[in-house]
Design a protein around this ligand. Structure first.
Ligand code: 0WK
Ligand code: BGC
Length: 852
């Protein structure tokens, strides 16, 4: 347990950017970001150098769902002189072996992708570039350390025309890999745990025998952990112990032999034979081995030798278990999982040929982490197949990434395209203001009859209704005049059930009046008749402040018998039907106008109102001379743009993607509100869901397995976009959202992709909104013949307020497309109900002053 904890500390040192350079356990990023998902296919060559054999392989991967892999391979020797000769000789030899293999298989002319298993510590900067840090395991070829082994191999292959250590790798969370940029997804980390202890953390456990082995090795002071547990050294450990015991007359009557005194004479494979669960057989092997060393062992000598083998092998297995457990704990903590269920792929001659070693390793791992369900899977085909699979995965990832980016690129807008959106919005604004083209235009530029802003003399109690956003509010707004004019508000939120939104107009307005009655009751104001301001957030044609003819429903509302009607009349009729109280209807305003007024009360420079919520829209103070639908040329009037309908005449068709068309066709107002359907909260989740479905159908996501829940319209709520992009822990957040959507077997890569889709969709929405706003503020600047305009925009809406990046991307786009306008954004904290009450207060003040 203590060794395991020490190793976990070393792992953290290796992962941490500051301590990595001095860490003994290097935790090397491998740029392997994914594991096979069964769709890989193709023929791959593989070289496997660094184990006890050098192998060249041809690996055929079939994507027939059975994950079948066919392999042909050839083992080649790496003579000692090449292991210790010059690097170019070594790589030339590897290239010769490869050529020989291709020759044998008659595939010399085929250009196949190659995966290279190079089992030495390497610093990687990308999947196909790997710089050798230091040789281990008896290799010491010159001119290779510090070089990229792939380039050396390429050079040799161009010119022309693969002993046993220990190590482990695992899939680490990118956010823990401080030496690399990027927080998302996972990457395989090559721990190079052979070097554990090189910084002295195992000194109290190392024995003189370990120190003797190290002193006699090719790389003293290096790979100290490897020298305590791996096959290259276990035999030598046993030999040194036998020599010491012999010299202390504990064995072989104190008589050593030249063979026994020869380094490397006690092969690690002897341990496999001596230390096995059939003691008799083991003792016989011990005798045979000792006689092989010209010793004349007694039975006791054989028993002692067997015991020494058991102890050396047990220590190796247990130390290996300790470090393995540290890795398992790291993975479990990364997953924040109670119980970790995982499989460990194992290879290497010690594990394969020494049953007692693997038995002891499994047993100790299960003792150290009883709460982990660990399966050991022995690799049958060597890591050459693994290298081929890594290559196959890299190819699959590259192909899939290309296809994903091709699709996502349709949702990415260039600066030129955004400038074009701004220009088209400006043209539609002018057409909307013009009597001639108003009827045809998509952006209706509706006069609101709000001409002045509060001057601080307003006072009194006002009732306000706020309908059209994600919630319906009834408010009592108390306005106090004078220097420190202030507004107190009480409000209650009510829901508008779907069946009321899509029922009859009578039901809807009766429900509104029911809520007003409940509010007056709640406020103890039953029977009070207060001036009322009605924020009605839908496109209305107004010819005066207290009249609003509904042009069409938006945002999921579809109550019958309302379109073409004056909503104030409909409300009055409902109040009459209830015969419970009376109201003094003074104003009906759009939520953008209410928001502008609410913010304008604090900041007189606020002359634009913006909503980015369930729907989207903007209003601003336009010059009367430009509003041809209203008499008069003096002063300004607030215009409700109803920009949500921008694009309804095809102005945005060349920016619309297949996903936008699907969302529009499935909406309850196809062909309408096209701009809104690319920008606002009611639709972004649906766009994302359709992209995810398309990716899944193409096998680019969720392994092509679509969940029933993901097929459900509206299931991917827009709030998920904000949550997913919110913070560093997004991956775990994404995971829980995907689980909620029935995608329980989604992978980390799936989470990364879902997050990317969310950010692309949200980014486009914010940019489109910024382009629209750039058209508005630049129009105001041109209206006033200003070179520089400084103005405030009052903004409200759940998407703008809750999405972590929407506002900043929108402001960046606005700044870029309207550089002569310095725009300040003021979030409306009190909603547009306050604004409606203020407009009512102004109207009442003007009426009392006899102004009309
Ligand atoms: C709060 C305003 C309301 C407006 C809403 C829009 O008081 O008038 O309709 O913001 O945001 P949503 O609720 O649609 O996200
Ligand atoms: C409506 C606008 C409203 C906007 C924001 C749009 O769907 O047409 O009137 O201002 O949503 O709520």
């Amino acid at each position: 347990m203590d060794v395991s904890i020490r190793f976990r500390r070393e792992m953290d040192k290796g992962l941490c950017r500051d301590t990595n350079p001095t860490a003994a356990v290097k935790m090397l990023p491998t740029y392997v970001r994914s594991t096979p998902d069964g769709t890989e296919q193709g023929e791959f060559l593989a070289l496997d150098l660094g184990g006890s054999n050098f192998r060249v392989l041809l690996v055929k991967v079939m994507a027939d769902g059975e994950q079948k892999v066919e392999m042909e391979n050839q083992i080649y020797a790496i003579p000692e002189h090449l292991m210790r000769g010059s690097g170019s000789e070594l790589f030339d030899h590897i290239a010769d072996c490869l050529a020989n293999f291709l020759e044998k298989l008659g595939i010399k002319d085929k250009k196949l992708p190659l995966g290279f298993t190079f089992s030495f510590p390497c610093q990687q900067t990308k999947l196909d570039e790997s710089v050798l840090v230091s040789w281990t395991k008896g290799f010491k070829a010159s001119g290779v350390e510090g070089k990229d082994v792939v380039s050396l191999l390429k050079k040799s292959i161009k010119k022309r025309g693969v002993r046993t250590g220990t190590n482990a790798c695992y899939m680490e969370q990118m956010r823990n890999l401080e030496v690399l940029d990027g927080d998302e997804g996972r990457m395989c980390v090559n721990t190079e745990w052979g070097a554990f202890g090189d910084d002295g953390v195992l000194e109290d456990l190392r024995t003189d025998f370990d120190r003797e082995i190290d002193a006699g090795s090719l790389n003293p002071g290096k790979q100290l952990f490897e020298k305590m547990i791996s096959g290259m050294y276990m035999g030598e450990l046993v030999r040194l112990i036998l020599v010491r015991m012999t010299k202390e007359r504990l064995l072989f009557q104190g008589k050593t032999t030249a063979e026994l005194l020869t380094t490397g004479s006690f092969n690690t494979s002897y341990i496999y034979a001596i230390d096995n669960d059939r003691d008799e057989e083991g003792l016989a092997s011990a005798e045979k081995v000792l006689r092989g060393l010209s010793l004349d062992p007694s039975v006791e000598d054989c028993i002692a030798t067997q015991r020494v083998c058991q102890i050396v092998s047990t220590r190796a297995a247990h130390l290996c278990a300790a470090t393995l457990v540290a890795v398992l704990r790291q993975i479990r903590d990364n997953k924040a999982a109670e119980k970790l269920r995982t499989t460990i792929g194992v290879d290497g001659s010690v594990y394969k040929n020494h049953q007692e070693f693997s038995r002891r390793l499994h047993k100790m791992v299960r003792r150290l982490v009883p709460d982990c369900d660990v399966r050991f899977l022995q690799s049958q085909c060597g890591s050459g197949k693994g290298a081929a699979m890594v290559t196959a995965v890299a190819y699959r990832l590259a192909a899939q990434q290309a296809e994903r980016q091709r699709i996502l690129d349709t949702l990415r807008l260039s600066r030129e395209q955004l400038l074009d959106v701004k220009k088209r919005m400006s043209e539609e604004m002018v057409r909307g203001l013009s009597k001639q083209t108003h009827e045809q235009t998509s952006v209706k530029m509706l006069p609101t009859y709000v001409r002045s802003t509060p001057d601080g003399t307003e006072h009194g109690d006002f009732l306000a209704l706020d309908l059209g956003g994600s919630s319906f509010r009834v408010l009592l707004v108390q306005v106090q005049s004078g220097k420190r004019h202030k507004v107190d508000m009480h409000h209650k939120i009510y829901s508008i059930p779907q069946e009321i939104m899509q029922g009859t107009g009578e039901e809807l307005f009766d429900h509104i009046v029911y809520c007003i009655a409940d509010f007056l009751e709640y406020m103890g104001m039953k029977g009070t008749s207060l001036p009322l301001g009605f924020t009605f957030s839908f496109p209305c044609h107004q010819s005066k402040l207290d009249q609003g003819i509904l042009l069409r429903w938006t945002k999921g509302f579809k109550a019958s018998g309302c379109v073409g009607q004056d909503v104030i009349t409909l409300l009055k009729a409902a109040v009459r039907r209830r015969q419970d109280f009376d109201l003094n209807f003074v104003a009906v305003v759009n939520d953008t106008v209410g928001t502008m007024m609410t913010c304008g009360y604090e900041d007189p420079k606020c002359e634009v109102g913006l909503i980015v919520g369930t729907g989207t829209n903007a209003c601003y103070m336009e010059e009367m001379q430009n509003i041809e639908l209203v008499e008069g040329d003096v002063g300004r009037m607030c215009v409700n743009m109803e920009w949500g309908a921008f694009g309804d005449n095809g102005e945005l068709d060349d920016f619309c993607t297949q996903f936008d068309h699907i969302v529009d066709n499935c909406s309850n107002n196809p062909g309408k509100q096209r701009y809104e359907k690319m920008v606002s909260g009611m639709y972004l989740g649906e766009i994302v869901r359709n992209v995810l479905m398309d990716f899944t159908a193409k096998g680019l996501l969720f392994r092509g397995k679509l969940s029933e829940r993901l097929k459900t319209r509206g299931i991917f709520e827009t709030k998920f976009l904000s949550q997913i992009e919110r913070d560093r822990l997004a991956m775990r957040q994404v995971r829980s959202i995907l689980q909620h959507l029935g995608l329980t077997s989604s992978t980390c890569d799936d989470s990364v992709l879902v997050k990317e889709v969310c950010s692309v969709v949200a980014r486009r929405a914010a940019q489109l909104c910024g382009a629209g706003l750039a058209a508005v503020v630049d129009k105001i600047r041109q209206n006033r013949n200003l070179n520089q305009l400084s103005i405030t925009v009052g903004v409200d809406g759940t998407l703008y307020k809750t999405h972590p990046h929407f506002s900043s991307i929108m402001q960046e786009t606005l700044q870029d497309l309207a550089p002569q306008c310095r725009v300040t954004f003021q979030k409306s904290e009190d909603g547009s109900g306050k604004g409606a009450a203020l407009i009512t207060a102004v109207a009442c003040r003007m009426k009392s002053e006899g102004q009309h």
